[in-house]
Design a protein. Sequence first.
Length: 313
Amino acid sequence: MHLPTLKQLRETNPPAVHPDTAWIWGPEDEIGRLNLLTEPRIKETALKEITTGTVISLNWDINLPEFPAFGRPPCRTNILPNPSSDVVFEDTLSMNTQSGSQWDGFRHFGHMIKKVFYNNLTHDEVLKGDHCGIHALADHGIVGRGVLLDYYHYAQEVGKCYDPFSSHAISLRELLACAKFQHTEFHVGDILLIRSGYTARYYELKHTDPCRLQKAGCLEPQFVGIEQSEDMKTWLHDSYFAAVGGDAPAFEVWPTKKDYHMHEYLLALWGMIVGEMFDLEVKTFGDLQRKKKIYLLLDKCTDQPSRWSCKFG
């Protein structure tokens, strides 16, 4: 299948759609760039990249962050005794699906000007139907060549200091320099994860300045992420990653420094799901990162109601 560049799309897209639109897998498609995770590609990754039997969970606790951003409610858990016996208990959860680690699905964030979601899904269709729901991702699963760019470690090594709880923008030049520093190469269908230091800083503040965490859970938060720029858009599109994500709450720098959000392009125009608040501080994973930046990433996507916009856990 031909995978057009962003330049080619801008030259050939009809006037009715945004010039950067890449709905290339047909009008009924619901999984976007997860289509790149083909059986031959998964098999090749497994044969080449699995060198140890280490299994690591990247799920951040669903109770974190303790003070969610954007006014979202925190997760509430209850342990209830079952009336049938004093040795039987039940659990209940009250939560926003963006608690802990999650994948942003295609019904979560649309294009602000065109007012459409992935594959021309409309506002009314989101409310009334289940097309492009999280169930489609769950049915397909996410298994592929994971690539970790440990930008936080790289920045420290080259003497660049920043606060992950600030609107520090990571440029494309810095990402590519990080990849070169790690001797990391990219392939079509990769699942890109960026360690920006958000969760590391969260754990630090929890012990040193918990009031700062409470202030971070406001309607106008700030956190580290990739910059909004034309060269970043071109690179992310033309690299044909199957998915992107990291340890920060939005993957892109927040608030945006431009008149658009990268979410509009990644999710709505390109069909590239966005992973947020992955726990990249697990000790075992930390040991692994220093030795190997390529791995096999597996995520079934918890089966959830088909109309949900985001997948948690």
